[in-house]
Design a protein around this ligand. Structure first.
Ligand code: FPP
Length: 241
């Protein structure tokens, strides 16, 4: 990481891989779902911290396309947690002017959950504060594959000229088409990998891999990380004087 002591603006878009719920619960002798519930409570605290830190976009990785490989009990528990969370938080998001969006492939999700996701998006569509995007059944490769399929369909139907396809074309087909690319990606729990999260979008993002387990992640630590982001010199491949 290049640090030149520059004091730039904070990150406008922060994406978070919320990892470590299972270990947090195991350390307390409790089932993994206990950690996921504690993790869900942290989400609220971090969303609430965004306006003061000038973070306009917060994108969180809640369930990956690979997470279906977990036990049936854990997957069912997580799906039930998502349903309850969306139902419970929806009114507060409206009150707090938070616009909620979901990214990921909805086809494998149950109808009740999809209905709640649609409702949360519709109810907060007028909100102009923090843009909270929840990645649910999301995988970066899956997203690029789905986008490419739609792009190819448009080309086959004559709506898009193959020779006109460039770096600006594919992002228009991604789930994140209305979002800016993340400036900062944070992963908790000491693992230093991106696990198929926002692969295309994070090409030039800054990364923070921190040891804290997600249920212990606080607004103070979030503020520290967004603050140190301002010291980074983002060059996007260019040379600065
Ligand atoms: C990874 O920790 C976390 C998940 C797969 C689930 C993330 C879900 C939440 C934080 C809960 C709520 C989110 C919303 C939006 C309501 P892990 O279980 O892989 O932890 P481990 O690596 O310690 O096992």
């Amino acid at each position: 990481m290049a640090q030149t002591g520059r004091n730039g603006p904070g990150p406008r878009h922060v994406a978070i891989i919320m990892d470590g719920n299972g270990r947090w619960a195991t350390q307390r002798g409790r089932p993994r779902l206990f950690g996921h519930h504690a993790g869900a409570r942290r989400v609220r605290e971090i969303v609430e911290a965004c306006p003061a830190l000038n973070v306009d976009y917060l994108t969180i990785f809640a369930f990956s396309t690979e997470n279906w490989k977990r036990t049936q009990v854990e997957v069912a528990g997580l799906m039930s947690l998502f349903r309850r969370y969306i139902f419970k938080e929806m009114q507060d998001f409206v009150k707090e002017n938070v616009r909620v969006r979901f990214i990921g492939d909805r086809v494998k999700l149950d109808r009740k959950l999809i209905g709640l996701m649609d409702e949360a998006e519709a109810m907060t569509a007028h909100c102009t504060g923090t843009n909270l995007t929840i990645a649910l059944n999301y995988g970066g490769r899956d997203e690029v594959a789905r986008a490419t399929k739609r792009l190819a369909e448009d080309a086959a139907k004559g709506r898009l000229k193959p020779e006109a396809v460039d770096e600006e074309t594919l992002p228009k087909y991604l789930d994140t088409c209305v979002l800016p690319d993340p400036d900062l990606v944070i992963r908790t729990s000491g693992e230093a990998r991106i696990s198929n999260f926002l692969l295309w979008q994070s090409a030039y993002s800054e990364y923070e891999f921190i040891d804290t387990l997600w249920p212990d992640f606080t607004a103070e630590e979030f503020a520290r990380l967004t603050g140190s982001y301002g010291l980074r010199d983002r060059r996007y491949g260019a040379v600065t004087a």
